[in-house]
Design a protein around this ligand. Structure first.
Ligand code: GRG
Length: 275
């Protein structure tokens, strides 16, 4: 099957799972649930679920465990985008071509929707599974928690905010992106392995290394697309010049240098899987 067909198939699957999981949650707060639906179900490439499903399938993981893990990662991602778009952070009006959550609803509702998406992630991941041993499930919970919080994505976001208007070195830029975007991409891959069979666990470190290079490549590509395409970027179509006060790989290395960096990262990612 071609990669694009696989992506499409898994995007349909995760959209169905996310819709079902959200519908199944009882809440007296209709507005909150509507804001969560807005953040979770209106588009998105679903790259992280794709990684969880693909790696998990290679590792012979049970389908139901992959559904919960992929949905949990996407809930964390959706929460991070809602909070990232808030006036206190990037103050964006558009996300995925739609009004951002705080524009479609209000700021307080968007903060709560982000909070509730974050807790929903851990609710989904902790649902009892017959096929999954509880130690393994605990490892999955800790993996997602540390990738999301002060050792991962939140730390990266904080460093990124601190670095506004500063010119970062390549090493510092890499640290920001390893944490801000890379940690969750790595967790998406690690959850696929952890949901897999015992034999697959010996490949945990190799898959993690693969994901680290992939996460950085994702960011370099995003920086390249920001300058080579006016509206189509990997991340946002918010109509703002985001690179204006942030360090990017293109600023640091030039467009050709960033392309070289991207292909080096691509090679490193492939090599990690060939050990
Ligand atoms: C607010 C705690 C907190 C964290 C925010 C992920 C993030 C951290 C901010 C997003 C800012 C940004 C533009 C990052 C660049 C690359 C990126 C992660 C883009 C968005 O992810 P995609 O491309 O988005 O997977 P879709 O819409 O396809 O899901």
């Amino acid at each position: 099957m071609k990669l694009t067909a696989m992506l499409e198939q898994q995007r349909e699957r995760i959209n169905l799972v996310l819709g079902q999981q959200l519908d199944a949650q009882a809440s007296a707060a209709g507005e909150l649930k509507a804001a969560m639906r807005h953040a979770l179900l209106l588009g998105g490439k679903r790259v992280r679920p794709f990684l969880t499903y693909s790696v998990g399938t290679l590792c012979s993981a049970p389908a139901a465990a992959l559904d919960s893990a992929a949905a949990a990662v996407e809930c964390i991602h959706a929460y991070s985008l809602v909070h990232d778009d808030l006036p206190a952070m990037d103050n964006d009006d558009l996300r995925r071509g739609q009004p951002t959550c705080h524009r479609a609803f209000d700021e307080a509702t968007a903060i709560l929707a982000g909070d509730a998406l974050q807790t929903l992630a851990f609710d989904l991941l902790s649902q009892p599974h017959n096929e999954l041993d509880s130690q393994r499930q605990l490892a999955m919970l800790r993996t997602l928690a540390s990738a999301s919080g002060m050792q991962g994505m939140c730390a990266g976001q904080s460093l990124d905010l601190e670095a506004t208007d500063a010119q970062l070195s390549e090493a510092d830029l890499e640290q920001v992106h390893r944490l801000k975007t890379g940690a969750l991409i790595t967790a998406a891959v690690q959850l696929g392995v952890l949901a897999g069979n015992d034999e697959a666990q010996q490949y945990y470190a190799d898959f993690s290394q693969f994901a680290t290079w992939l996460g950085l490549a994702f960011q370099v590509k995003d920086d390249i697309l920001d300058v080579t395409s006016s509206t189509e970027t990997l991340g946002k179509t918010n109509g703002k010049d985001e690179a204006a006060n942030k360090s990017t790989y293109v600023q640091l290395l030039g467009l050709d240098g960033a392309q070289v960096k991207l292909s080096q990262l691509h090679q490193k990612a492939l090599q990690a899987l060939h050990r």
